[in-house]
Design a protein around this ligand. Structure first.
Ligand SMILES: [Zn+2]
Length: 1007
């Protein structure tokens, strides 16, 4: 046989797209258009319909960036057009970009949302039954298409986007769909996809080519409508051949990834959800097998508040098991940057919402698009009742291919969750034969499992599954040459895999973090969004603690704290807190953080007043940290004083006589020292020596200094997301004249400041502080940053030899390599750490602590802390302006106790409050520094019980006793949702238990 495969395949493709597809509609007639252009931000349907619409000509321009136009489409249905094939077909001016990345619309029918329209969903089947006049509305959103290739763009902010219209309406027709042509196109698409997914020498591939060729021979392109049915008959045998017995099984799960903000602000996401969800429930009316899984409880909440009619339809379909809440989280949050407590609350808020509105509790975590997964996640999932986990992001890894698709993921405390990476390597599959073939080829666990999941539907900017995807899926249910595809839910997929495991199959195990080998710049980009989150997390901890201290919580305060948590959780979405959104989103985030923080300060003041802090002379001190502290702080008048405050305690301020402690700071012109550290610097203020006086060790290697470096930061792609391996190495210490000034030189504290100018008009002051009683050298950076595409970092060289560094993560730590020996180690050239990174030999270590940074680079002999970037895409002015952060260097002996205590002190500073207090208060007392508090709060059920969430932070088996100010009468463990678990025997009014390494425990205590 002659090989004409290539030319025949090209014939099929061209004829399908150019000669057959245009005949999907048998007849068309134009609809009349009228428009009302919204003068500002979006308005409600009721508001819009009351406006004066004006005639709008086809081809007319509409839509300045982010503008909204309401179109009214009207026409007359001829009597012989009535029936199920009557549709409206619209083109709002779609360009080349996909759904969700350009203009989109919501069709309103009879006052309620009917469905969305976008470049791949242009048809609106019309619900109207009879002939005669009809009319409906489209709320069209002129969302701009951000430029490809990561070029900086002014489109991401209303202030800079301009007012020129972006789109022209090019089609608004009433049309009659030709069923035979429509289904012929789908038959051909599926068979072509299957054919192309097969090996060239596969007999099925060769036979399909001839079957398709014969079908195209049967079509008369001058009379497609009349010959399509015959072509379908030719293809029938090809579509009836059943799948091979050994072919894999795929559960196709309908989904629409909707980034809660990204290249659009939250206000637009609300409308994206309405468009996408309306389309999803509408498709359910047509396609009985279709299932749609939907994560992010906040998005349902938006529908409940803004689109009640649509929400009711969603609720009906949830009850029917077709619209399926998944993920159990408030948003698909970033996993690297939020605190452990925040991640717990993501689940508390998500699961509670789904349970209260739908009676549903999710068993799986659904975060397909998040930039890395810390090793403590499994126990957080378990605490929230989730035993299953879906993501696919690691398929983007640039260096190493992950070895499994279905496996047990084991966390730092030993908890395991059944994890699946859909082998289609996307969460936006379109249900093609090529994707199915790729899934089967790519899947690494055929040896023990025959099931895979395929999330399909347009996503990122929403859109979701189309009827064509569902139609194609139906054709691949049992078809030779492709895996068997059934439509279903993630639950159905995991049930199948669990059945395989119960039948004796053994899944592989991956222990430790799921490090993402990309997007490392998101640990630093838009740093103020991250710092704002961290501030709000701390204030929420304080507010809950101090309100928990004084008996039963007022209902209104409980409700408000719950809502403030929800507002913080929203901003932890995986394009907001990572810093990968347009300017609009980050402006919103920073404004939200400021509002939330201000309100929490008020609530904290009110809580302290309730504890008895009354008007009067003096001040009180509140310590929200897990452990007692004795330290030098600035009194309200600025003077350094020594104070003692118990853990979770509030006490009247009384300065401790410094002479009761045997420590003093002494200074010379270029040095300062206390009983623990001696620090030296050179003429321009560069630190040249830090000596651990107690252990007699120099921290810095000979000839090395602590340097602030500036490096060109131009990622190959994904500017705000990515940090390249070579970037930090291109850096040089910032040069220029330095001004060195003493701010303070007393026996309790010395502070020396170095001021520098650098780059394009940036300035930086670095204040080095050494206080009595402290083993920390604090370096406070205050930067006015005007650099772009530059990385500012702090290089701390250390004379410590260590194969691995200890990095603080949520509820524990991980050890990461300090050397690039293996490809997996080499890929970890920038890693996330929360409050500290520690380099240690068995008897001596040095920790580098921070109060607001995450990105670190580890060396065998140093740590680099990423301080600032200035990416230009998608926000061309990211990170410009004023920034403050403290990084501390601290030597220590064996173990982590001192490091943990200091890391918490640095991040939970003592709070001063004016007023008098008759008697001190202490809420919780722990008897070991190895255990840290994550939250102390009143139970959400209003019972008045105290919830204490704590964790073992060192990786050791640790006995701990938990005491309250009054005797504990009853105690039990509970899950994150505060549902009771095992009871704990209470002896002598306190709780004693032994924690496993890194164990996370939530206690419910009754007094
Ligand atoms: Zn996403």
């Amino acid at each position: 046989m002659h090989d004409d495969r290539v030319v025949v395949e090209r014939r099929i493709e061209r004829e399908l797209w150019q000669r057959i597809l245009p005949h999907v509609y048998r007849e068309r007639r134009p609809l009349a258009l009228e428009a009302w252009h919204v003068p500002g931000e979006p308005v409600s349907h009721d508001h819009a319909v009351a406006q004066a619409f004006e005639p709008f000509a086809l081809g007319g321009a509409w839509g300045p960036p982010w503008g909204t136009t309401w179109f009214r489409l009207s026409g007359d249905v001829p009597a012989d057009w009535v029936g199920p094939h009557l549709e409206a077909v619209v083109d709002l001016g779609w360009g080349m970009r996909g759904p969700g990345f350009q203009a989109e619309g919501l069709v309103w029918w009879d006052g309620a949302p009917l469905q969305g329209v976008h470049p791949r969903r242009t048809a609106v089947p019309l619900p109207q039954a009879g002939a005669g006049p009809l009319s409906f509305l489209i709320e069209a959103a002129a969302n701009p298409a951000m430029p490809a290739s990561f070029r900086p763009s002014p489109l991401g902010s209303l202030d800079t986007a301009g007012t020129a219209p972006l789109y022209r309406v090019t089609m608004a027709d009433l049309a009659l769909r030709d069923d035979a042509v429509y289904h012929l196109c789908l038959d051909v698409e599926v068979l072509v996809g299957v054919m192309k997914g097969l090996a060239l020498d596969d007999p099925r591939r060769q036979r399909l080519l001839r079957q398709l060729e014969r079908a195209f021979d049967a079509i008369d392109v001058r009379h497609v409508s009349g010959t399509a049915a015959e072509a379908r008959r030719v293809l029938e045998p090809a579509l009836e051949l059943p799948a091979r017995a050994s072919s894999m099984r795929v559960v196709g799960v309908g989904h629409a990834h909707i980034d809660s903000a990204w290249l659009w602000p939250i206000r637009e996401t609300v409308r994206k959800c309405a468009r996408t969800f309306a389309s999803a429930v509408r498709l359910m009316d047509e396609q009985p097998d279709y299932r749609f899984v939907c994560s992010q409880a906040v998005q349902y909440r938006w529908m409940e508040d803004r689109y009640p009619a649509l929400f009711e339809r969603i609720r009906e379909q949830v009850a029917a098991g077709r619209f399926v809440p998944v993920g159990g989280m408030w948003v698909e949050a970033d996993m690297n940057l939020p605190s452990g407590e925040s991640l717990v609350r993501q689940f508390v808020h998500g699961q509670r919402y789904f349970e209260s509105r739908f009676g549903v509790r999710c068993r799986e975590v659904w975060i397909p698009d998040v930039f890395g997964y810390p090793a403590s996640m499994p126990q957080i999932y378990a605490a929230a009742g989730c035993t299953r986990f879906v993501t696919q992001k690691l398929s983007w890894n640039k260096q190493n291919r992950f070895p499994h698709h279905t496996f047990w993921w084991e966390g730092i405390d030993g908890t395991r969750v059944l994890t699946h990476f859909p082998p289609v390597d996307t969460y936006n599959a379109e249900v093609t034969g090529e994707e199915m073939a790729f899934s089967e080829r790519n899947f690494r666990d055929h040896g023990w499992s025959e099931w895979a999941l395929m999330p399909y539907g347009y996503g990122n900017g929403g859109g979701g599954p189309t009827r064509e995807m569902v139609e194609r899926a139906g054709r691949m249910r049992d078809l030779d040459g492709t895996p068997r595809l059934q439509l279903g839910t993630s639950d159905e997929f995991f049930d199948r895999v669990e059945a395989e495991l119960e039948a004796g199959a053994e899944a592989p195990v991956w222990r430790g973090e799921l490090y993402f080998e990309m997007h490392r710049g998101t640990l630093t980009s838009q740093i103020e969004t991250k710092v704002g989150n961290r501030r709000c997390e701390r204030l929420l901890r304080e507010a809950e603690l101090w309100w928990a201290a004084g008996g039963a919580l007022r209902d209104d305060v409980a409700a408000e704290l719950y809502e403030l948590w929800a507002d913080v959780l929203l901003q932890q979405f995986h394009d907001i807190i990572p810093g990968s959104s347009i300017a609009w989103v980050h402006d919103d985030a920073e404004r939200e953080h400021a509002r939330i923080a201000a309100r929490l300060e008020e609530l904290i003041a009110a809580a302290l007043a309730r504890l008895g802090v009354a008007e009067g002379e003096g001040h009180v001190l509140a310590n929200a940290a897990s452990h007692d502290r004795v330290e030098v702080v600035s009194a309200p008048d600025g003077a350094p004083v020594v104070v003692e405050v118990p853990a979770t305690g509030v006490v009247p301020f009384a300065s401790v006589d410094p002479s009761s402690y045997d420590d003093r700071v002494v200074t010379t012109e270029h040095s300062m020292a206390n009983g623990q550290l001696a620090v030296h610097w050179d003429l321009d203020g560069t630190i040249t020596s830090i000596i651990d006086v107690v252990r007699g060790r120099e921290l810095l290697p000979a000839g090395r200094t602590i340097d602030i470096e500036l490096a060109p930061d131009q990622p190959v792609e994904y500017d705000a997301w990515d940090l390249e391996s070579w970037t930090a190495g291109l850096g040089a210490p910032i040069a220029g004249d330095a001004e060195v000034v003493w701010l303070e030189r007393g026996p309790l504290r010395a502070r020396v400041q170095v001021r520098r100018r650098f780059g394009r008009g940036s300035t930086m002051s670095t204040t080095a502080t050494l206080a009595a009683l402290s083993s920390r050298l604090d370096l406070e950076f205050d930067v006015d940053w005007h650099e772009q595409e530059q990385l500012l970092s702090l290089m701390v060289p250390l004379d410590v030899r260590a194969d691995a560094a200890t990095c603080d993560i949520q509820f524990g730590h991980v050890r990461r390599p300090t050397h690039p020996s293996s490809p997996w180690d080499a890929a970890k050239f920038e890693v996330c750490a929360h409050r500290f990174v520690d380099l240690a030999e068995p008897g001596f270590g040095v920790a580098v602590l921070n109060d607001g940074r995450f990105g670190h680079r580890l060396f065998d002999g140093g740590v680099r802390v990423s301080l600032l970037r200035g990416a230009r895409y998608p926000d061309p002015d990211a990170d410009q302006g004023r920034h403050r952060v403290t990084v501390s260097v601290m030597p220590h002996g064996p173990g982590l106790h001192e490091v943990l205590t200091e890391a918490e002190r640095l991040n939970v500073p003592l709070r001063w409050s004016p007023g008098a207090l008759a008697r001190g208060v202490q809420v919780v007392e722990l008897d070991t520094p190895a255990v840290q508090l994550s939250a102390v709060k009143r139970a959400d059920d209003g019972s008045g019980d105290l919830i204490v969430r704590l964790y073992e932070a060192t990786g050791d088996r640790t006995p701990v006793s938990v005491r309250l100010a009054v005797p504990v009468r009853a105690a039990g463990r509970c899950n994150a949702l505060e549902e009771p678990g095992a009871t704990i025997d209470v002896a002598d009014g306190f709780v004693a238990l032994t924690l496993q390494p890194f164990e996370l425990v939530t206690l419910r205590l009754t007094t």
